[in-house]
Design a protein around this ligand. Structure first.
Ligand SMILES: *Cc1c(COP(=O)(O)O)cnc(C)c1O
Length: 553
């Protein structure tokens, strides 16, 4: 296999740092000017990719795509292949992210991203990130004595999905400790059990007496504290980490080829529909299209926390809906509270956000593309300056507005849809009630995925938001193939699924419960209770890391 390998460098979206290596940006997570790391240049798919890559496996595609973003002298070919192999050996589906057809007439397909260890799409990225961290640390610590080894401490806050995916990505990894804070009693029982039953010595669960916001504030305070940063080398695995975006590009290309093979259409131009929260998943789709993957549009599907949907309607990016009648109409559509000041709790909690952290990355590229400046470096500086100003306005004023030129550029690639809780429940029911195309029934048996029961497909609430948006998009663009991303297994969100399907004859929640979840709540757990006080958490973390390192002597 011949591969192209660029000499790829990275810069910050706020202009404060540039010329960084892939290793730097993965281990740092966030730039020191508060910006996010992006590649200096988006590489193009190599000539002839459509025929050369057509029959590649998921792992082979991952290797080709990652090689365009990671210089070969940073990770040699054999090592990268090995990391990829190990990262996806934990998946239950043979082709990692299978695609199934929900409705042949409407050309609606579902891309199942939840066949990893924690049954959510975040595994696709975090299995890779865990192995990357370990790889870099082993290399840095080669030949060093225990006392002088570099040790990373990953700290994160979770309302459910990110925490378990991070824990499963990092469990048992050498020289990395992982601390995940969750609001005590406020995550679903399955998600709590998924996290706390992992007993590896380097995994630490903290049940915080407070809310998810308290947990996030503690993480921010610890990262901002020079003292803590000196004693513990802190690292982040939330969706701002560039490696997570990179890993997610693969399934856009992979599903494209799956559909090309399935339909026999060689000049396919599908729409990708993505249930969106922090804008990480769909940003990977943006990179895929900028590299040259044909796509009609990318559809941003939000829940009632709809800052992105309001942006695409008005050009205003603001925490509260105050501008424009359109946005207001959207908010009030089905009785949801208008002018909400905080995050609204919905049936799709992994998408409950006030602002989308990765949106900053898209803004940089839009500013860069619409710039009038010729010289590349000046152009980059101007884009960084613009992004910095916008983000400052967001912080100070609660929002900002972009020029019509930038909004037009954003509309060229993206459209948006907002889906309410009520519509989410209706979609789960509608899809359950319509029969799947018969050839799909045998392929994806309930025994292996748990998402089908007697020929009925069961969506989780996040995936249902994607499907609801897809069905609207199908009307706007009839005849276009739609690939709707399914981001979680329904068993993870029992509450919404029960609510929607409880009256369906023959439905019982047991039918969707994967064997990995049965008895999980009775297994041995390890979790430390703590107060919502960042100093106390800092001391606790320092003590547990010391003990963990001592135990390795
Ligand atoms: C994290 C998550 C999302 C949102 O993904 P973003 O990258 O934050 O946009 C959607 N669905 C599920 C199930 C998730 O866990």
């Amino acid at each position: 296999m011949t591969s192209h390998s660029a000499s790829q460098r990275y810069l910050s979206t706020r202009g404060g740092s540039y010329d960084l290596s892939f290793e730097d940006v993965v281990l740092k997570g966030l730039a020191s000017d508060g910006g996010l790391f992006i590649p200096e240049e988006v590489p193009s798919l190599p000539e002839g990719w459509q025929s050369k890559w057509r029959d590649f496996s998921f792992q082979e595609l991952a290797f080709e795509i990652f090689s365009l973003y990671i210089s070969r002298d940073e990770i040699p070919e054999a090592d990268l292949k090995d990391i990829i192999q190990r990262s996806y050996s934990t998946f239950r589906a043979e082709n990692i992210t299978p695609i199934i057809t929900l409705d042949e007439e409407k050309k609606l397909h579902l891309l199942e991203l939840f066949h990893g260890p924690t049954f959510a799409f975040k595994d696709v990225a975090l299995q890779f990130v865990g192995n990357l961290f370990e790889y870099f640390l082993i290399r840095r610590n080669k030949g060093k004595k225990v006392a002088s080894r570099e040790h990373l401490t990953v700290i994160g806050a979770t309302s459910g999905d990110t925490g378990s995916a991070a824990i499963y990505g990092l469990r048992g990894k050498k020289d990395v400790s992982v601390f995940i804070m969750h609001p005590k009693g406020k995550v679903s029982p399955i998600q709590e059990a998924q996290m706390t039953t992992v007993l590896d010595a380097n995994v630490h669960n903290l049940a915080v007496d407070g809310t998810f916001d308290d947990c996030q504030d503690i993480v921010k305070a610890l990262f901002a504290d020079a003292e803590t940063n000196k004693t513990l080398k802190l690292a982040a695995v939330n969706s701002i980490n560039w490696a997570r975006i990179l890993a997610q590009i693969t399934y856009y290309v992979h599903s494209y080829f799956s559909l090309v093979r399935q339909t026999g259409i060689s000049d396919l131009k599908p729409r990708f529909v993505v249930p969106t929260g922090n804008f990480g998943d769909i940003l990977a789709g943006y990179f895929a299209t900028q590299m040259g993957l044909p796509a009609d549009k990318l559809v941003v599907a939000t829940n009632e926390n709809d800052i992105l949907h309001r942006f695409w309607r008005s050009g205003y990016y603001e925490k509260k809906a105050v501008h424009g009648r359109e946005a207001e109409g959207g908010i009030e559509e089905d009785g949801a509270k208008a002018h909400v000041s905080g995050v609204k709790e919905t049936l799709a909690p992994a998408m409950d956000i006030l602002v989308s952290s990765n949106f900053e990355r898209l803004l940089w590229y839009l500013a860069f593309q619409t710039s009038k400046i010729e010289e590349t470096n000046h152009r980059r500086m101007e884009a960084g300056e613009k992004v910095k100003n916008w983000l400052e306005e967001l912080k100070k004023e609660g929002g900002f507005c972009v020029s019509s030129e930038i909004l037009d550029a954003a509309k060229e690639i993206f459209v948006s849809e907002r889906v309410s809780d009520k519509q989410t429940l209706e979609t789960i029911k509608d899809i359950y009630c319509c029969d799947l195309p018969s050839h799909e029934q045998s392929k994806n048996t309930a025994a292996t995925t748990g998402t089908q029961h007697d020929g009925h497909y069961i969506l989780d609430p996040h995936s249902a938001i994607g499907v609801a948006a897809s069905l609207r998009s199908v009307q706007a663009a009839p005849g276009v193939h739609h690939i709707s991303l399914a981001t979680a297994h329904p068993a993870k969100f029992a509450n919404a699924v029960e609510l929607s399907l409880k009256d369906q004859p023959g439905f019982s929640f047991e039918t969707v419960l994967p064997e990995q979840f049965t008895g999980l709540e009775k297994k041995e757990k390890r979790v430390t209770d703590c107060k919502a006080d960042w100093k106390a958490v800092g001391e606790l973390v320092t003590k547990q890391v010391e003990q963990e390192i001592k135990a390795q002597h």
